[in-house]
Design a protein. Sequence first.
Length: 327
Amino acid sequence: MPSVGGIETVTDLMSRGFAKQGHEVTIVTNTPAEPGSGADPFPTLRQPSKRALWKAVKAADVVWQNNVALNYLWAPILQGKPTAVTLQCAIFPDFPRKNWRVRLKALLLKRCFIFAISRYVMNDLKQSFELIGNPFDPGFSHQDNPVKKERDIVFVARLVSDKGGDLLLRSIAELGSQGIQPSCTIIGDGEEKAPLEAMARELGIESQVRFTGFMQGEALHTEIAKHRIMAVPSRWKEPFGIVALEGIAAGCAVVGSSGGGLGDAIGPCGLTFENNDGPALTDALQQLLTQPELIERCRNEAEAHLDQFSVESQSNRYLETFAKLIR
């Protein structure tokens, strides 16, 4: 994929799932190719002209958009092509300023079949939909080759204020006042990295907290698997939360904020707390750190929970609906 983010990862996983079942897949993206990125895994139209887009849509049996892209949605709608859209974020956020682009999206979506990754993303968009959570990368599972659990808490995110890294550091400091000193790994990069490192020093927990910077691939999978607990203390309401599934697959119990769709991803495999509630985060971490049987209970729920979000399971669900739209 040309760039790596949640939507790009899901698109790649689903495209591979469709292709594995014998379907031809063409990717249309507004992202230019990155130098040295290698060949695309599928036929790919990058920043296509209107003529090229029209031709590609005409050749397709069904068009699927993984989130709404107005610049590409007009072609299948004008052609009357079966079209499905997966909403990866809310069209109308909590405090909406419903400008013309937002209203146009809502209007065009009435002509499409809607998948939603959580009930939260539908918000006040009054339309029937099929609920389907995002899949997770199977590379995060270490069931066949388990990794020794030698560290306590892992946090994986872009290091920006919305992700709540500061809440986690304050909770670790508070746990210290209770005689609990967990190790913590912060994985990621971003504008908050330096301020978070400074905060760890100011709180006197720098010996407990390790900053790795950005990681991906097998190195990321293995690093997460070394931990007993994953913390996802997002301040904002996450639409879903693939990172929670990745943590569960790596054998972690997850502590995450309850607002939005993150609770759907965590399911019975962890504990949730109200967004921005630092004391509640501290309490949830304290429970897991002092009750190993609670972590084991969460891990015992993992296999059944993750089955709902496997690439095979989700691609089958998509393909069944696509077949109905074509008919």
